[in-house]
Design a protein around this ligand. Structure first.
Ligand code: SF4
Length: 327
């Protein structure tokens, strides 16, 4: 197994014949994810440190992962310290950096270093790229069925896209599951065309956000970051693919993509999720200024679990406000 702290060029891990593990996914899917946070705090992680970082640490130890690719630029300012704490536990860490300026030359260099570490040739990586893109195309179709045909729920859309970062460790099985899901979803009657919402920001630590949103009469038809994990653009090379991927770069690159999708998907309102103690919270003011033509609700989450009463009430008020505007 090779763990990683956020989306990395998956093609290299697959070409190396290793099993990819997105630590975020194994943390949040763990039925005991709450106690993973407690364990990290017991080990000494501060209370005012992001829940994902603490979860990643404990998940890596619980699953016995001995080698981790740590994304030191383009994701999280806490990753370097996390990497050092993992090293202390005897885990091998391999740094990978997305260049802030999106330089193709620097990104190619980073990818070459990673490939060399795993002893992978460019030809093998290219083969893995074509193989994975064929699987990603299925997930793109699931996304299209969400916003264009209303046959897929916000939760399903979130889960399928978020899992493309590691394809649940087994791309071949993931491919079969996606095919079976597509067959079933295409036969569904369309969902009622209610309020159409966008979800932007890092994936939620809340476990029931999409379900509650639907219960209240809204539906998320655009999951910004999760969609990025699925590499939604038709790039001409592997380097181009990871240059087009917006998440690791500046907020303005992300906003260009968000604005396009808001128009294409006929979005009525935006949920901007921010994580407690995350530096990305500061970007909320830029998001609000750029998307000021739409109602925006900023929600903050800290620990895994269902929505707390206050957040639920705010979500309810937001949806009611948009409904009133439309009536
Ligand atoms: S939510 Fe923010 S602080 Fe937490 S891991 Fe992600 S980028 Fe880092």
């Amino acid at each position: 197994m090779v763990g990683f702290t956020t989306t990395i060029p998956l093609e290299i891990v697959i070409a190396a014949g290793r099993r990819p593990v997105d630590l975020n996914n194994i943390f949040i899917e763990d039925p005991a994810c709450q106690s993973l946070i407690d364990e990290a705090e017991m080990a000494g992680f501060p209370r005012n440190c992001c829940g994902w970082i603490k979860g990643l640490y404990s998940a890596a130890l619980h699953h016995g992962i001995r080698e981790i690719i740590a994304v030191t630029e383009g994701d999280c300012s806490n990753t370097k310290a996390l990497m050092e704490v993992l090293q202390l536990q005897g885990i091998t860490t391999i740094p990978f950096a997305y260049p802030y300026d999106r330089s193709g030359i620097t990104l190619e260099h980073e990818m070459r270093k990673l490939a060399e570490h795993f002893g992978v040739t460019p030809q093998k990586t290219e083969e893995a790229w074509r193989y994975l893109n064929a699987i990603r195309a299925r997930v793109h179709e699931i996304d299209r069925l969400t916003w264009e045909e209303n046959r897929v729920t916000g939760t399903e859309n979130h889960l399928w896209q978020v899992c493309t970062s590691d394809m649940n460790g087994e791309p071949a099985v993931f491919e079969q599951q996606a095919d079976a899901f597509l067959e079933e979803a295409r036969r569904r009657d369309p969902l009622p065309d209610g309020l159409r919402l966008a979800y932007i920001g890092v994936p939620p630590i809340f476990t029931d956000l999409y379900a509650v949103t639907e219960e209240l009469g809204g539906r998320v038809v655009f999951n910004e970051t999760q969609r990025q994990f699925s590499m939604p653009y038709h790039a001409t090379s592997l380097v181009e693919q990871y240059r087009s991927y917006t998440y690791p770069y500046d907020v303005f690159v992300r906003l260009d993509d968000i604005e396009k999708e808001i128009a294409r998907r006929r979005i009525d309102g935006v949920i901007h999720y921010v994580q407690s103690f995350c530096f990305r919270q500061i970007e909320d003011l830029i998001v609000r200024r750029r998307l000021r033509q739409l109602p925006i609700l900023t929600l903050e989450g800290d620990r895994p679990g269902p929505l707390d009463a206050r957040t639920r009430i705010r979500l309810e008020g937001f949806i009611e406000m948009i409904k009133a505007r439309h009536s």
